[in-house]
Design a protein around this ligand. Structure first.
Ligand code: F6P
Length: 476
């Protein structure tokens, strides 16, 4: 991204507040170490940026710097208000409470969650700063939409200061079942924080039920009404609707961007560059232990050993976007992944022709589209994932109705993309069978499955997601 896409603007607080304010840990852009701006990583930003492009408003968040000196600025007509993080905030709030406590706990505790009172105290104080910054941006009677696990206390903190506001909250990751939530020493604070919102949105019905079970167990309420996809909680004067709203992607713009002559040419060139193999497998993930990248590499390796995949005809492109490198667990998963990549390439590659093309960096979306179009099979194998928008991007990009998706049952997307090859990633034999089935299926089945998945994503796209959430919030 060019630096001139962001411009510093002076804005007085008074008289210039917004009717619509998004609050998220990250701003849509971040300032990198080399002084350049780039799009922030993660599904939240890729979903919310197109939503904000359709509206006017402000976005409150962190710009990715530590001990920086914040300035308000404008990006694509969105007012960005920076919440600064000190080095201690980064360690205790971002790395500690967010990514060593909540992240592993909410993802099924596949890595042990750490519980430290000091990091939780910083989580509270940083949440308060985000809440204060949001209140400073918000016009009288305006709508504020708080996002994700980093800011679970913010809804009630805003409610205290601004009873006039409409407050929405959306969680982009799974919400844990009672057995796991119960371990969190601050479980009641979290639930009371969320219940400050008028509408609490979750990715799946199971997540919504988990929130309600937690509320029933740990919070003081007057009444809880359960429905199929959520429920309503009444406590004092406050009513919160808890409901699933499966997030999606901008289907039409992705479909159009992927369906051009330039992309066709780039796809042919890419396949030629990697030796025109008959099978191109693809993985695109943040390098996170929840994503099951190591498991899928293990499965592919065994398929090669068992000669169920032909090494002369197979290439796996794995994009692993660097993430949270100083957080516990991330170095280990990187080591595991990179060891498997070298084992596969060492055992089955030829000079100048590796089986796994491993890319340890983020790619611009235009390049991802070429990969989506070039891949015969996309492998999405997380142990647990809120939604997984990569799966939906892939489906949207396949205007040619070709390609197959191997998808973990434990990704939120599995509730909707039932024409994928669903897998339990813990079951290595099952995973291998499904990868092989996806590679070998006939063209008719391939089209049928892809058409069905495309219809599903088209009819529940990003605009529909935002519209349904905001319509319910407007009625609150
Ligand atoms: O929504 C996807 C997501 O997992 C967010 O929850 C998270 O903020 C983001 O991706 C990326 O992680 P980070 O902000 O820690 O780089």
């Amino acid at each position: 991204m060019d630096n001139d896409q962001t411009s510093m603007v002076e804005r007085s607080d008074d008289g210039d507040r917004s009717q619509f304010v998004v609050v998220a840990n990250r701003l849509p852009v971040r300032l990198d170490d080399d002084g350049s701006w780039s799009l922030s990583p993660g599904g939240l930003v890729s979903a919310m940026l197109p939503v904000m492009r359709q509206r006017t408003g402000a976005w409150v968040g962190w710009d990715g710097t530590v001990d920086g000196d914040s300035e308000r600025f404008e990006f694509e007509d969105i007012q960005l208000a920076v919440v600064e993080l000190s080095a201690a905030d980064h360690d205790e709030y971002y790395s500690g409470a967010c990514n060593e406590t909540i992240w592993p706990l909410y993802h099924g505790a596949i890595e042990a969650a750490q519980f430290h009172r000091e990091t939780w105290a910083t989580y509270r104080s940083v949440n308060q700063r985000f809440a204060d910054a949001a209140c400073a941006e918000l016009a009288e009677g305006g709508t504020v939409w708080v996002h994700d696990y980093q800011l679970q206390l913010v809804p009630s903190m805003i409610r205290e200061q601004r009873p006039d506001a409409k407050i929405g909250y959306y969680l982009h990751i799974p919400f844990p079942p009672l057995e796991l939530l119960s371990r969190l020493p601050w479980r009641q604070q979290v639930l009371d924080g969320l219940l400050g919102a008028d509408v609490v949105g979750l990715q799946t019905q199971a997540d919504a039920r988990n929130v309600l079970s937690g509320v029933r167990r740990f919070c003081k309420t007057d009444d809880i009404v359960f429905a199929a996809d959520g429920g309503i909680v009444r406590a004092g004067h406050q009513t919160a609707v808890v409901k699933s709203f499966p997030i999606s992607v901008d289907y039409h713009s992705i479909a159009a961007e992927a369906d051009t002559d330039e992309v066709d040419i780039a796809v042919k060139a890419l396949r030629a560059e990697i030796g025109n193999p008959s099978v191109v497998l693809l993985g695109v993930d943040r390098l996170d232990y929840t994503k099951g990248i190591d498991l899928r590499l293990k499965a592919v390796r065994e398929l090669l050993i068992e000669q169920r995949l032909d090494p002369r005809e197979t290439v796996l492109i794995q994009v692993a976007v660097p993430s949270r490198e100083d957080v516990l667990g991330y170095e280990d998963v990187r080591n595991r992944v990179e060891q498997l990549v070298s084992m596969i390439n060492g055992d089955f590659g030829e000079l100048g022709r590796p089986i796994v093309q491993y890319i340890h960096k983020g790619l611009p979306f235009s390049e991802l589209l070429v990969l989506y179009r070039a891949a015969d099979v996309l492998l999405v194998t997380p142990f647990q994932d809120g939604m997984n928008l990569v799966a939906k991007e892939y489906v949207s990009a396949r205007a040619d109705n070709r390609g197959a998706l191997v998808l973990s049952e434990f990704a939120g997307a599995a509730e909707e993309l039932t024409d994928s090859f669903l897998v339990n990633p813990y079951d290595t034999e099952g995973l291998k069978d499904q990868i092989e089935a996806a590679v070998r299926m006939g063209e008719d089945e391939e089209r049928e499955r892809m058409v069905a998945m495309r219809e599903q994503v088209e009819s529940n796209d990003l605009a529909a997601w935002a519209k349904s959430f905001l319509a319910l919030l407007a009625m609150a």
